[in-house]
Design a protein around this ligand. Structure first.
Ligand code: SF4
Length: 351
């Protein structure tokens, strides 16, 4: 049962300290709790041996902890881990752990389902049920750390690129980042977070004001309004030129180069003309384009572009002075396209 009165996992260190004081307890008990939850990754209060027995029992009775359960963990040949997590209310989310030269990153979900309706995305097929709390996002990083602990490794980068639109769950995502950044939390520098957005323009301006140099990754996927509207309904509210202006503002305020994600769909957005339009759109803007070989989703009609087409697209964009790379395909054999695993689970569970 989740505690509805005080969501322990979503509290910052200062909030825990203040709460302990309000209970007539020393404030440092709050710091101990915070450190135990995130740095030591305890599963229940009984593991906090620096606490008196009575406090451990009181907390267990009044504020039982529910920690994210790994319902399944799929392991790819390349070391990718795909976790289907079960939340306190039985809902499912996906979390992906990716190995790199520098260590491990984790791709976390920010919502149960997603309302953005991008036409190529498996997550968008299941509408948003609810937002994740800050604690539920944090617990994905904790679970990822648990799963790689036997290698003596820790998560060093976090991408908010899983299920959901992070900027549609703004406050909880900000709280998540603050707690994960805390030296007694996961001690992650702001620069090691990436927020991926479908293009919620007002929230991009808001994020730029936060004073946190987070990397912004914008799902662009089309260089013109006509095409982007067809692929991403959000473009009806915030057309391409408004989106690019917001991204330029983000760069000027944070000094962080914006990354544009572009999934290549055969015969849809991958022609030479599209590449030229994309380069023209981004001309003069210090940004980066990340081309994504698309993972097919059975329910969608799109096909991935050929390797040759992807390389030609990259060449055209690069020749026009725009930094452009092709994302390494990882975890394909374990359905690493966002939302596929959760969708499979929901289908199995539905009557
Ligand atoms: S691509 Fe992202 S924003 Fe679009 S539907 Fe999928 S999860 Fe939502």
């Amino acid at each position: 049962m989740k505690n509805q009165v005080w969501d322990v996992l979503s509290q910052s260190k200062d909030e825990m300290t203040a709460w302990m004081k309000a209970q007539g307890l020393p404030g440092y008990r709050g710091t101990q709790l915070f450190e135990a939850l995130w740095r030591h990754r305890v599963k229940d209060y009984e593991e906090i041996t620096s606490w008196p027995k009575a406090l451990r029992e009181n907390m267990t009775n009044q504020f039982p902890l529910y920690r994210l359960q790994a319902e399944t963990v799929q392991r790819g040949h390349d070391g990718t881990l795909k976790i289907l997590g079960r939340l306190y209310d039985g809902q499912h989310i996906e979390t992906v752990v990716l190995p790199h030269d520098y260590g491990y990153s984790v791709c976390v979900s920010s919502q149960v389902g997603c309302n953005m309706g991008c036409k190529f995305c498996a997550s968008g097929l299941l509408k948003r049920t609810r937002n994740l709390s800050a604690g539920e996002i944090l617990d994905q990083v904790r679970l990822a750390n648990d799963l790689i602990a036997d290698q003596g490794a820790v998560i060093s980068r976090v991408d908010l690129m899983g299920i959901g639109e992070p900027l549609d769950n703004y406050e909880n995502v900000m709280q998540f980042i603050q707690i994960a950044h805390d030296p007694l939390g996961f001690n992650l520098s702001y620069r090691h977070f990436t927020i991926s957005t479908s293009g919620l323009v007002p929230d991009i301006y808001r994020l730029a004001q936060e004073g946190m140099p987070i990397t912004l990754a914008v799902s662009l996927h089309a260089p013109t309004d006509d095409l982007r509207r067809q692929l991403m309904p959000i473009n009806k509210a915030y057309p391409v030129h408004q989106l690019i202006e917001a991204c330029k503002d983000y760069f000027h305020k944070t000094g962080r180069r914006v990354s544009f994600e572009y999934a290549l769909l055969a015969g849809i957005n991958d022609s030479n003309q599209h590449a030229e339009q994309l380069a023209n759109l981004l001309k003069g803007f210090s940004c980066h384009v990340n081309l994504i070989p698309w993972n097919p989703v059975p329910e969608h009609p799109f096909q991935p572009s050929s390797k040759k087409r992807v390389e030609e697209f990259q060449r055209i964009v690069q020749d026009r002075g725009i930094s452009c790379t092709i994302r390494k395909e990882m975890g394909q054999e374990i359905e690493a396209a966002c939302g596929q695993l959760r969708r499979r689970e929901e289908e199995l569970l539905s009557p």
